[in-house]
Design a protein around this ligand. Sequence first.
Ligand SMILES: CC(C)(COP(=O)(O)OP(=O)(O)OC[C@H]1O[C@@H](n2cnc3c(N)ncnc32)[C@H](O)[C@@H]1OP(=O)(O)O)[C@@H](O)C(=O)NCCC(=O)NCCS
Length: 170
Amino acid sequence: MEPRKAMDSLTIMTELVLPNDTNVFGNLMGGRLMYWMDIASALAAQKHCNAPVVTASVDNISFENPIKLGNVVHIEAKVTRAFTSSMEVHMKVWGEDLKKKHKYKSNEAYYTFVALTDENKPTPVPGLIPESEEEQRLFEGALRRRQIRLILGGKMKPDDAKELKALFEN
Ligand SMILES: CC(C)(COP(=O)(O)OP(=O)(O)OC[C@H]1O[C@@H](n2cnc3c(N)ncnc32)[C@H](O)[C@@H]1OP(=O)(O)O)[C@@H](O)C(=O)NCCC(=O)NCCS
């Protein structure tokens, strides 16, 4: 399988916050935003591997600023690294008040997807080529983030997380 560039997976989603998307404070509900983020990041993963994917995990998300009713939501998703059958996707999310010409950051997050065969078995995905400085940085950190989520998910022993342990030993 030919490795693919990170940029080839770039997915941009734009949504408008409507009344049905908001909580009692008139802000976008966190669950609705996470749903849109799930779709944007799944599309980025599918662009990378050209196969159906499932969400394997969602890392912690901190909502820095509420997004108001009538504002626009921008989600940018890109694959940071591909492992065997799994891919980590990084997302940046902004809100925008078009009337005030004001764009503000909402959050950043990492979702992990696994490519599956028609029989629902994990299947290998192409490797990823990071190009820009930011892509290189995200690529390097992905190994440690993967180890954290596999430890938390009970799928890896802390002793086997070599790169993560090295952070604390040096
Ligand atoms: C994700 C899933 C396919 C993993 O299947 P599995 O039988 O545990 O497969 P494996 O242990 O062989 O792992 C397959 C890959 O998943 C990754 N993975 C498994 N659990 C993970 C987790 N909690 N976080 C991140 N990656 C995970 C493994 O690291 C592995 O990646 P790799 O091939 O790149 O090394 C399976 O647990 C599943 O189908 N979960 C439900 C997915 C779903 O329905 N999502 C929507 C939410 S309702």
